[in-house]
Design a protein around this ligand. Structure first.
Ligand code: PGA
Length: 252
């Protein structure tokens, strides 16, 4: 049995003051929802405030990125060691980081190792662009991202990793993938690669989420499919009531 995960990626939104109010509302709205792992991914600056407000709750906290080195002369960066003081999760390889900040499968791989070394649960994003989809390259792209991103990650760690399938064309566009298409990609491409790399049991215990324009209105459509283990939510995670409804749908 894979426990569903609903993670809210706030991206570069919310000041510390605004975060305080959103975390407060969420802590109340999410309090009685059980059977689902709830994760908030606020900007770095809001992490401390969120951690204090979430103490004693079952709501997890994560960062949106990390640097793979432990410490040193890397101006502007934050390491896994620093994140692990307050967080349990870290987002790795989001398509916006791949597109705007030169993130590659190789850096994704280094970041996964660093996260694991500090007991952080990596939420690793993979997904094809519109051009790649239209030219029939979805399978090839996802296989490459997973093979290279998870290179040398051993079986004992893989089921602690969460994969988020986020087709780039669906992110922030209001044009979510159909639930069936997302299910097919996860069932027919992503899980088979994991199976090839780690065997059936490990592949079946690894959680794979869908992300890309998930809303309260469309969320439950994804979760009826047993291959979809939850969602990585962007825009809709900035509104407490929306995120609460999506989490409720994830809890089933
Ligand atoms: P969206 O973003 O829900 O706003 O499409 C998803 C994501 O980027 O993780």
């Amino acid at each position: 049995m894979r426990k569903p995960v609903i993670a809210g990626n706030w991206k570069m939104n919310k000041t510390v003051e605004e975060s305080r109010s959103l975390v407060y509302d969420l802590s109340i709205g999410l309090r009685d929802i059980k059977g689902v792992e709830k994760v908030l991914l606020p900007p770095y600056l809001s992490i401390l405030t969120a951690a204090a407000l979430l103490e004693g709750t079952d709501i997890g906290l994560g960062a949106q990125n990390l640097h793979w080195e432990e410490k040193g002369a890397f101006t502007g960066e934050i390491s896994a060691q620093m994140i692990a003081e307050f967080c349990q999760y870290v987002l790795i390889g989001h398509s916006e980081r791949r597109t705007y900040f030169g993130e590659s499968d190789e850096t994704v791989n280094k970041k996964i190792f660093s996260a694991i070394a500090h007991n952080l649960i990596p939420i690793v994003c993979v997904g094809e662009t519109l051009g790649e989809k239209e030219t029939g390259q979805t399978g090839e792209v996802l296989v490459r991202q997973i093979l290279n991103g998870l290179k040398d990650v051993t079986k004992e760690y893989v089921s602690a990793i969460i994969i988020a399938y986020e087709p780039v064309w669906a992110i922030g566009t209001g044009k979510a993938s159909s639930a069936e298409d997302a299910r097919n990609v996860i069932r027919d491409i992503i899980r088979p690669v994991l199976q090839e790399m780690y065997g059936v049991q490990a592949a079946n215990s690894t959680r794979v989420l869908y992300g890309g324009s998930v809303t309260a209105a469309n969320a439950s459509g994804f979760f009826v499919h047993e291959d979809i283990d939850g969602a990585l939510v962007g825009g809709a995670s900035l509104k407490a009531d929306e995120f609460v409804k999506i989490t409720q749908a994830g809890a089933g």
